[in-house]
Each structure stands twice: as structure tokens, then as C-alpha cells.
Design a protein around this ligand. Structure first.
Ligand code: GLA
Length: 378
């Protein structure tokens, strides 16, 4: 990918570009908790975006998306928003830097990626983080790492229509090989957890249903709005910290749908804490149980699963997989699976065959390799 991007850059714009990369992410547990002020438990992966970038001394950005074979050219003023949705991520990052007082100019760029799109692995955060990180370096802006993540998040909010939380951009910028990160999305404190399931005879892998998820538009934002309504009735800024008893006590003041959404979120907050405790004891059995609970909560209460993902998780259960659940925003994409070493091959074979038989196409299997965050590629 690195070579393809470099070569295309030279062909289109000449020599001298620097290569930057940012990864996609997995999330062990803590889904739809970030915008509720709760905990998340992500790690960066070995798939991401690579961009060649060179300042061009003009006030225009010239960008080429290698995977799509499409180009865009745009200015840096608010009215210059490009038509192509992929270019809006780059434009949004530029705008968010400028809004924060960063002085930047035009640049040329070619980029490509190997994070599967719409798989719940945050390809868009990888794109945002790549440009936020690169522009910070190229213009010596001195922006703190966490603020780079916020620039990506604000890009989603203000230029892409998704009122996402901070998890994806945080993970992409802060990732560290061999480590998961536990982030408290209220205090924004985080810590790194060494994570190597293979030492304990387990593997972490993703099964991509290849059902495209689409967060742009209402479903994701609707979930967030439900949570905010319930928090408001409880007189809290966030759902974080609310108890099931409190939720029961206001049940007749909220809709049935909002009640179910909040029930999932409150349960999920406890599950993340349980998983952290379990990991301290190398208790992977409990980790796996919580993963299944998260899945069925996301499917039945939060309603962000789909038939194909429920099917994948059911097969995992039947194969004796320790933990399996939908990962990311939902509505398609991947399941994340914690599998005992000795069951791995059989699970891959069974899930591939049974899914293909039912849905007419094979799912994709990705072993999880927990990797570093945003960086220059030498
Ligand atoms: C998407 C959002 C994140 C988070 C997850 C669900 O990936 O971008 O902020 O809310 O969904 O956990």
C-alpha cells in the first residue's frame, strides 16, 4: 500500500511527500457507551489509512483517493465543502484545525486504505486521524494528541452528519501495539492494558458479515438522542452512573423504546467494568460471557444488530466460542470473537460454510493484531 501510494503521488504531483498512517480499531467491550460518558475498551489494529502528503504553497487541497480512483480539489474556507463524501473528511479536519486557531495552507495528497469500509472498524476515524496528525506535524501546530482525536470527532459531527463519541478517533491516534486502552469518556482519563490472549490459549478474531453498515443518517443519531432524553429525565448530563433502579423509577415518564435503549447502556457500563476486573485475573471465561450479553443487548434492546450478525453470533455459541458479539456502531459489519486456540480452525470452517450457505457469500475472517496509532511511515 505504501509503495502504491508513493508511486501515485510521484505520478500526479512529483517528489517530496511524507507518508503518514493511522489505524482502524477493534473494541473488546463498551459499545455505545462513549457518548454516554461511560467506558470503552478499544485497541488499534494493523489495518489503516496511508497518505502521502506534501504542502503545495497554495490555498487549495488536491486529493486523490487511490482505492476509488477519484480526485477532489477544494479550498479551506467553510463554503468550499467538496462534493465527494470521502473528501469531506479531509476538508472537515482542515476546517476543525482552522477553527481552533491553526494556520494551515494547501497540500497535495494521495491516500489508500485497507480497513474494510462499513465493517465497524472505523475507516473514517483512520482517515481523519491521518490528516489531523499529519497537518499538526507539517505545520508544527503543537496540538495535543487528545485534541487531534477531538478534531476527528468534530469532523464527523460538523461535516459528515454522525454525532459519534470519541472512541474511534481516540483509539486511532493513541493505539499501542500489544495494548488495549480503557478510556473513561467522562473524565477522558485512560490507561493502557497489555493484552495478549494467545498467552492464555485464546485468539481474538473478527468475522465480517460484509453487510455494509451506514451510520450516516438517523439510526445512530437516534440512539444517541434516546440516551440524552433519558439522562435529561434523570437530571443527569450523561446516562453514565445511572442505575437500573433509577431507570425503573422513571419508566412511566419515558417511551418504551427509550427505556430499552437506556437499559442496554446501563448494563453495558457494568459489563466493561466486569471485563476489566476479569482481565486482571486472566478470567477469559467471564470476558466471553459479557461479550455475548453485550451482543444480545445490542440486538434486542439497542436494536443495532441485523439478522446476519445474530446468525454469526449464534454459530459462534454453537461452536463453543468463548465470546462473540457485534462490534462498533452496528447495523452490519463485523463480530468480534474470543476463541480458544483449539476451536479456532473448526469455528472458521463452520461459520464460513454455514454463513455462505444461508446468505450466498462468505464472511471475511481477520485475525486481530493490536498495533500502534497515528505515525509517520518511514
Ligand atoms: C461508532 C462511533 C463511536 C461509538 C461506536 C459504538 O463507531 O463512531 O463513537 O459510539 O460506534 O460504540
Amino acid at each position: 500500500m505504501k509503495n502504491r501510494v508513493s508511486q501515485k503521488f510521484v505520478e500526479l504531483y512529483g517528489e517530496g511527500a511524507t507518508l503518514y498512517t493511522s489505524p482502524g480499531r477493534i473494541n473488546l467491550i463498551g459499545e455505545h457507551t462513549d457518548y454516554n460518558g461511560g467506558f470503552v475498551f478499544p485497541g488499534a489494529v494493523d489495518k489503516g489509512i496511508v497518505a502521502a502528503i506534501l504542502l503545495n504553497g497554495t490555498d487549495k487541497v488536491r486529493a486523490f483517493a487511490l482505492d476509488l480512483n477519484e480526485s477532489a480539489e477544494f479550498g479551506l474556507n467553510e463554503q468550499d465543502k467538496p462534493a465527494q463524501s470521502w473528501a469531506c473528511y479531509i476538508f472537515g479536519v482542515c476546517r476543525e484545525i482552522i477553527k481552533r486557531g491553526g494556520v494551515i495552507g494547501g497540500f497535495d495528497t494521495v491516500f489508500a486504505g485497507d480497513v474494510p469500509l462499513g465493517a465497524g472498524m472505523s475507516s473514517s476515524a483512520a482517515l481523519e486521524s491521518t490528516f489531523a496528525f499529519a497537518l499538526n506535524q507539517l505545520y508544527n501546530l503543537g496540538i495535543e494528541k487528545f485534541e487531534l482525536a477531538r478534531i476527528g470527532q468534530s469532523t464527523e459531527h460538523n461535516y459528515c452528519g454522525v454525532k459519534c463519541g470519541i472512541m474511534d478517533q481516540f483509539a486511532s491516534v493513541h493505539g499501542k501495539a500489544g495494548h488495549l486502552m480503557r478510556l473513561d469518556c467522562r473524565s477522558m482519563e485512560y490507561s493502557y492494558f497489555p493484552f495478549d490472549p494467545t498467552k492464555h490459549g485464546y485468539r481474538l478474531m473478527l468475522v465480517n458479515s460484509c453487510v455494509k453498515h451506514e451510520l450516516v443518517g438517523s439510526p445512530y443519531n437516534d440512539r444517541r438522542a434516546s440516551c440524552e432524553r433519558v439522562a435529561a429525565v434523570l437530571g443527569q448530563e450523561f446516562l453514565r452512573g445511572a442505575t437500573m433502579e433509577q431507570l425503573e423509577s422513571i419508566k412511566d415518564q419515558i417511551s418504551e423504546e427509550d427505556y430499552l435503549r437506556a437499559r442496554y447502556v446501563i448494563g453495558e457500563e457494568q459489563r466493561v467494568l466486569d471485563v476489566c476486573d476479569a482481565l486482571e485475573r486472566d478470567d477469559y471465561q467471564t470476558v466471553g460471557e459479557r461479550m455475548y450479553q453485550t451482543h444480545w443487548g445490542m440486538s434486542r434492546d439497542y436494536e443495532v444488530s441485523c439478522e446476519e450478525l445474530d446468525f454469526l453470533v449464534t454459530i459462534a455459541e454453537q461452536c463453543g466460542v468463548t465470546g462473540s458479539r457485534i462490534m462498533g456502531g452496528g447495523f452490519g459489519g463485523c463480530t468480534i470473537n474470543l476463541v480458544k486456540e483449539e476451536l479456532y480452525d473448526n469455528f472458521v470452517k463452520t461459520v464460513t460454510e454455514q454463513f455462505a450457505e444461508k446468505y450466498g457469500h462468505k464472511p471475511e475472517i481477520y485475525p486481530v493484531v493490536i498495533s500502534d496509532g497515528s505515525r509517520i511511515l518511514l
